[in-house]
Design a protein around this ligand. Sequence first.
Ligand code: SAH
Ligand code: SF4
Length: 360
Amino acid sequence: DLDIDERKNAVVELGLPKFRAAQISNNWFGRLNSDPDSWTDLPKEMRAKVSDKFFPNLMEPVSTQSADGGQTVKIAWCGLDGSIVESVLMAYPNRVTLCISSEAGCGMGCPFCATGQGGLQRNLSTAEILQQLMVANQQLEEGLIPGHNRVSNIVFMGMGEPMANYKAVMGAIHAMTTPKPDGFGMSARGITVSTVGLVPKMLQLAEEGMQFNLALSLHAPDDELRDGLIPINKRYGVDATLNAAWNFAKVTGRRVSIEYAMMRDINDQAWRADLLAKKLHARGDWGWFHVNLIPLNPTPGSKWTASRKSDEKAFIEHLERSGVPTTMRETRGREIDGACGQLAAAVREGRVQPSTQASK
Ligand code: SAH
Ligand code: SF4
């Protein structure tokens, strides 16, 4: 949870010289070694002290499942208080993306989302967010997915609303992008924060002076429909939310991704594609947006389901005809409760037995 200066202060408070802070950072971030007992550059009696004081065991992986021929691996974690969160590792030919959670549960209550249905348990700390990346990197280094030894991209698209846990999420992004050995040394350009549209936080995010990406989960171009899909829309409506996304693009020069989960007979009508295109173009044609369509992953027992192929095709045609750059997200890990919050729900409800095979 500590930045570089705070680490130095904490080490001094423990009665150790300042330079030990850099050694500790180097072992953890630089060498991906999270076991203080094996840090031979620290005197033996100091290691137990450092371990007790700075490295409590925050979360344990309780279930690890793989799909897509081993290219997708999903981990469910159990925190000290028993709350379950999840992260998903997805390997592609030229990158490895980790989808991480920012909260245990989520308070936003979107009805089509398994996480939203469970409510908010609590925010995660910076350390709990980083732990998901640390263990993913360690597992890759141990050969989890042959040919890939490091996470290259991060998406905050697991459980939780990252803008509702702003400070911890920014702390994690700083640690991810701080050069090695004080941080993970990742490129901000490979990090994507996905939000349901908390406008004041989106405006703040634009002022961070960093080159990460923003994804806005819009899912509907009109307030009438969006109010029902995304309860917070009643406070921050479509226009205010799109303005905040446009502002992020203007300030940072980064193209914003407009996320649109295709829901059968709910938001997938061609006229809504036209309205979406109109609202995006109205804010400028300088390439500030692209639309990323997501096939809805139905949550068990819900009325929400994926669009018909023909409606999907018409929707894409209407967007493209209006000059909206459009992509369709590749689905991963369906057979392992791949969508947001589904594995965590399965673990909580006892449908998936905890196992620790892949958690060393
Ligand atoms: N709370 C943030 C980030 C986590 S959700 C947000 O909402 O943006 C990440 C993405 O998954 C969001 O775009 C969300 O709308 C989408 N999502 C949630 N449930 C889904 C489902 N059942 N099928 C497909 N996408 C879903
Ligand atoms: Fe929360 Fe995002 Fe799910 Fe909505 S879609 S309930 S904001 S995690």
